[in-house]
Design a protein. Structure first.
Length: 163
């Protein structure tokens, strides 16, 4: 039926490789499970373009490592990834987060379990960061920075004194 078919785009139009999957069954009035898969290759540089022009259709399905991995997830095999553009490199922040998770992932997982799940973890981490910053300001004697938090400190101190 017209207007019901969906199209899935994997990869940006600005990237070197894009996988497009169309639901053809709706469009052609056939089996609703009928899909068409298309690989779009946008090589970087003249030499890469000339090389890609000589590819077979099977070569196109190996146009990048992520594409080969995605297609292997769908049951394809024997695809050899090609290089046709710039190689993705993680940013400094991405590398730092990855290192942090490798080193502290188990601690973070236990913390999430301790507080009832990952949904609460963001707030718990924010609270801990704020407490550490406040503690640092207390040690430095920065009374102006501490002023907005004094009522919280008094509340906590009073609650502790009652117990």
């Amino acid at each position: 039926e017209r207007g019901k078919a969906r199209t899935l785009y994997l990869g940006s139009r600005k990237s070197t490789v894009q996988l497009v999957i169309y639901e053809k069954g709706y469009e052609a009035g056939g089996d609703l499970n009928w899909v068409r898969m298309e690989v779009r290759v946008f090589p970087k540089g003249r030499q890469k373009g000339e090389l890609v022009a000589m590819w077979t259709p099977k070569d196109a399905f190996g146009a990048s490592r992520w594409l080969c991995e995605a297609l292997e997830g769908l049951g394809w095999s024997s695809l050899t990834p090609k290089s046709i553009g710039t190689v993705w490199k993680p940013s400094d922040d991405q590398r730092a987060r990855r290192t942090m998770l490798k080193q502290y992932g188990a601690v973070i997982r236990r913390w999430a379990d301790e507080i009832g799940g990952y949904e609460s973890l963001g707030d718990a981490m924010t609270d801990e960061i704020n407490c550490m910053e406040l503690e640092s300001q207390l040690i430095k004697g920065d009374s102006e920075a501490i002023e907005p938090y004094l009522h919280l400190i008094r509340d906590i101190t009073e609650k502790d004194a009652l117990h």
